[in-house]
Design a protein around this ligand. Structure first.
Ligand code: AMP
Length: 465
């Protein structure tokens, strides 16, 4: 059966799930859902090459809900039968919200566990009984150590955004958690990239997994126009104010480098008459959710975010993304601008580039295999030109970064080989689909700045923003 003829019915989902999906507004399954759901329903372990935006949550969530709903829970207080490990609290909330929507007609309890929120409400939820636990590794360990989270009834384990969890240094915690989950279980691992560490994790903890892969949906849309303004670091904020004032009706997502920087930027924008909200890792969960809701509902026009805080968030399509600072990691550029130009809409990605960031720009252009047109704005000309051969500062002038494969933080990034070991590839390079960077690698030589970047993606490194 071809992908087009697949429906949720033909995938073998139960009437209760079909009804909820119809109410959610999903009419046809996405490619990752078509590929993954039958394997997962059949009880196989699964390695999914997909990232946020592809519909991966339903790809693992629907089979999981179906499985748990068919079984009678063991007697006594309900202990989690499914554990979903996620890197961030935002993703935990998002996954849990999705599962609750899909499982609307099932009697299954979903609860979240993450840091930055009070322990007691989480303990109370665990005590009340949980079927599905969506958790960030660190806080889950706390609850395990205090005896509140018991994982001996887990039948299905999901590692969501596994590459990102590893990037964030969660591997030791994940291993400790896995040691406490029954060996007899189904394991589903989703990751945008499959580097050595992920392959090792899969080999160690999975049983003969089926492999499915879809191209990232945050490929660079042809409809995005990439532009850059050369400007001195010290003048970036003024230029941003100028640009935001000119585009006074558009919703804009502004990316900054550090938590502190984002905070200051949001405050300064507000002082300039441009009310903004900020999300980053130093904000409490409630603050982050509030800011995000304000932005999503259109009540806030400007959202200032760090990469990690914004990753995985279901932010609506936007006309404009501004990079106040260039990302230290070229792939983050793709994630950032993936918020604009969706579904054929036109979008604009605008980067403010200081002379110190020339090397970072070169890194992005290399990955895109395209040049980004750069100009200056009258009155904001930089004191010296932006040169692409500028060395990349060790710490990028910002927070710490991890190297792919757990290298030392702050090491130089300029030497990455495009399409090298960072390319998303399934273990053993078997399985369905094609490496999601194939399109990117097929293009040789520089191109102009409009789209044409294929599907670049690869390892990601994050600061804990
Ligand atoms: P995810 O990759 O799971 O974060 O999903 C990305 C977005 O796609 C979310 O807003 C989902 O609600 C939505 N979504 C997932 N599956 C479908 C589908 N089959 N049809 C329409 N929207 C979907």
């Amino acid at each position: 059966m071809t992908l087009e003829t697949q429906s949720f019915e033909t995938l073998g989902l139960s009437p209760a799930l079909l009804r909820a999906l119809a109410e959610t507004g999903y009419t046809t399954p996405t490619p990752i859902q078509v590929e993954a759901i039958p394997f997962a329903l059949a009880g196989h372990d699964l390695l999914g090459g997909a990232q946020t935006g592809t519909g991966k949550t339903a790809a693992f969530g629907l089979p999981l809900l179906q499985r748990l709903s068919k079984e009678t829970p063991p007697k006594g207080p309900r202990k989690p039968r499914a554990l979903i490990l996620v890197p961030t609290r935002e993703l935990a909330v998002q996954v849990s919200d999705n599962l609750k929507a899909y499982g609307k007609y099932l009697r299954l309890n979903v609860t979240t566990i993450f840091g930055g929120a009070g322990m007691q409400p989480q303990i109370d939820n665990l005590r009340r009984g949980v079927d599905i636990l969506v958790a960030c590794p660190g806080r889950l360990l706390d609850h395990m150590e205090s005896g509140h989270a018991k994982l001996d009834a887990v039948e299905v384990l999901v590692l969501d955004e596994a590459d990102r969890m590893l990037d964030m240094g969660f591997l030791p915690s994940i291993k400790r958690i896995l040691a406490r989950v029954p060996k007899q279980r189904q394991t589903l691992l989703f990751s945008a990239t499959f580097e050595a560490q992920i392959r090792a994790l899969a080999l160690e903890f999975m049983h003969d997994p089926k492999q499915v892969q879809v191209a990232a949906n945050n490929t660079i849309a042809e409809t995005i126009v990439h532009r850059a303004h050369a400007v001195d670091n010290a003048r970036k904020r003024d230029l941003l104010v100028e640009l935001l004032s000119r585009r006074h009706t558009d919703q804009v997502l502004v990316f900054g480098k550090t938590k502190h920087g984002c905070n200051r930027l949001a405050e300064q924008l507000a002082e300039s008459g441009l009310p903004s909200v900020a999300i980053h890792g130093n904000k409490s969960q409630a603050q982050r959710q509030k800011a995000l809701n304000l932005f999503k509902s259109g009540k806030a026009r400007i959202l200032v975010a760090t990469d990690v805080a914004a990753r995985g968030l279901d932010i609506p399509n936007l006309p404009l993304v501004i990079n106040h600072d260039l990302p230290m990691v070229a792939e983050d550029y793709v994630h950032r601008i993936g918020r604009t130009g969706r579904n054929g809409a036109s979008g604009e990605a605008l980067s403010l580039v200081s002379p110190e960031e020339g090397g970072l720009l070169r890194q992005i252009q290399r990955m895109l295999k395209a040049d980004i047109a750069m100009d200056t704005v009258a009155g904001f000309e930089p004191s010296r030109p932006v040169r692409l051969d500028t060395p990349i500062p060790k710490n990028g002038g910002g927070g710490q970064r991890r190297q792919p494969g757990g290298g030392r933080p702050g090491a130089r990034m300029g030497e990455q080989k495009p399409g090298g070991d960072r390319a998303p590839r399934m273990p053993g390079n078997r399985g369905h689909g094609k490496p999601a960077d194939r399109g990117a690698r097929a293009h040789a030589g520089p191109k102009q700045h409009r789209g044409g970047a294929g599907k670049p993606q690869g390892a990601r490194r994050d600061t804990r923003a």
